[in-house]
Design a protein around this ligand. Structure first.
Ligand code: ACO
Length: 319
């Protein structure tokens, strides 16, 4: 039994935050942001949008693409680290917003790699026979966790959601998932929960990042990850049709593509217009390339992500 991608969808808020606007807010420049990251603009949630509302829209689009009524879902997994509430889970709220009940629903927290972690959970449920149809969503609003005065973080992140319906099939779909975590790097990247007991601290619960150090580890771990994923299947990089990377930084993505000897034309990029949407970035890129016809049935896709935890992971998929 395999877990196959039956349908995908994504949602981006309408409001666009350009580099030019950021130049007016903090000491930065459009040229610096584009050269160091590849980002030109990002989307930002309005006051009436949230991780749950974005996730629900992306989910509806994925369900429509899969032609599957929400009632047929056996499980909902939402990858997020920026939901409004600690509980109920974003997944429970999405379930309710989809107009269904009883379907088990829970969140997975693995920051930017959340979608890969959620995908691996969904795959295991399907392969074991415990579920036939699983809705997997990555949704994040990290712009709300960034200090608006901190040029190190505010330039990088955008909001959005991406979703995929996975269905049981005898035809190959997800060929494997590989996930890793290394908690010893917590001081390099994170965001403390505002309910921490230290009162003074509550005022400073913004996302923190030591970018240069994160960059180094990301490049190293992603190189190992793609190598390991291919070796697991005794596959050559030339057998891959598409690389669908986490959209954090153009230079990190380029380093991974170089490791695979893959031309950038085979790498799906949304970064320029979305910024880093955390757990949403991989499913957004996946959906964009499916909808615009670049990804075709039978092709082989390598999905990868790296982020806070540190947590990183890959999925090799026959579409
Ligand atoms: N605008 C202008 N100048 C800036 C800015 C800015 N926004 N930020 C830093 N600078 C300056 C620095 O002060 C420094 O100046 P100096 O040389 O005079 O000291 C110079 O630019 C270079 O700074 P670096 O931090 O070395 O820049 P770097 O090339 O490393 O780029 C960046 C920074 C874009 C953050 C990069 O390190 C990066 O992308 N890191 C990885 C981020 C990431 O992948 N995060 C993981 C996912 S997030 C998650 O999981 C939630």
């Amino acid at each position: 039994m395999f877990a196959r991608l039956a349908g995908t969808g994504h949602f981006l808020p309408e409001h666009i935050l350009t580099n030019a606007e950021l130049e007016r807010r903090v000491d930065t420049s459009d040229a610096w942001i584009r050269e160091r990251t590849g980002i030109r603009e990002r989307r930002v949630c309005s006051a009436d949008e949230s991780v749950v509302s974005m996730a629900t829209e992306a989910a509806k689009r994925a369900l429509a693409a899969a032609d599957l009524p929400a009632e047929h879902l056996d499980l909902i997994v939402v990858a997020t680290t920026s939901a409004d509430r600690a509980f109920p889970s974003a997944a429970c709220e999405v379930q309710h917003a989809l107009g269904i009940t009883d379907t088990p629903a829970f969140d997975v927290a693995a920051a930017c790699s959340g979608f890969l972690f959620a995908l691996s959970v969904a795959e295991k449920y399907i392969v074991s026979g415990a579920a036939k149809h699983v809705l997997v969503i990555g949704s994040d609003a990290l712009t709300r966790m960034c200090n608006p005065d901190d040029r190190n973080t505010i330039i990088l992140f955008g909001d959005g959601a991406g979703a995929a319906v996975l269905s049981a099939s005898t035809e190959p779909g997800i060929l494997s998932t590989h996930i890793y975590s290394a908690g010893e790097f917590a001081s390099l990247l994170g965001a403390d929960h505002p309910n921490r007991s230290d009162e003074a601290f509550q005022q400073e619960a913004w996302l923190y990042m030591r970018g240069r150090e994160v960059f180094k580890v990301a490049v190293e771990k992603l190189a190992e990850l793609v190598e390991h994923t291919l070796a697991f299947h005794q596959m050559k990089a030339t057998e891959l049709d598409w690389l669908i990377p986490h959209q954090a930084n153009y230079r990190i993505i380029q380093a991974t593509a170089r490791k695979l000897n893959m031309p950038m034309a085979q790498v799906v990029m949304t970064l320029e217009k979305t910024g880093n949407t955390s757990a949403a970035s991989v499913p957004i890129a996946l959906d964009v390339a499916i909808r615009d016809g670049r990804i075709q049935p039978g092709q082989t896709l390598l999905l990868e992500a790296f982020g806070g935890g540190f947590a990183w992971g890959s999925a090799l998929i026959r579409y």
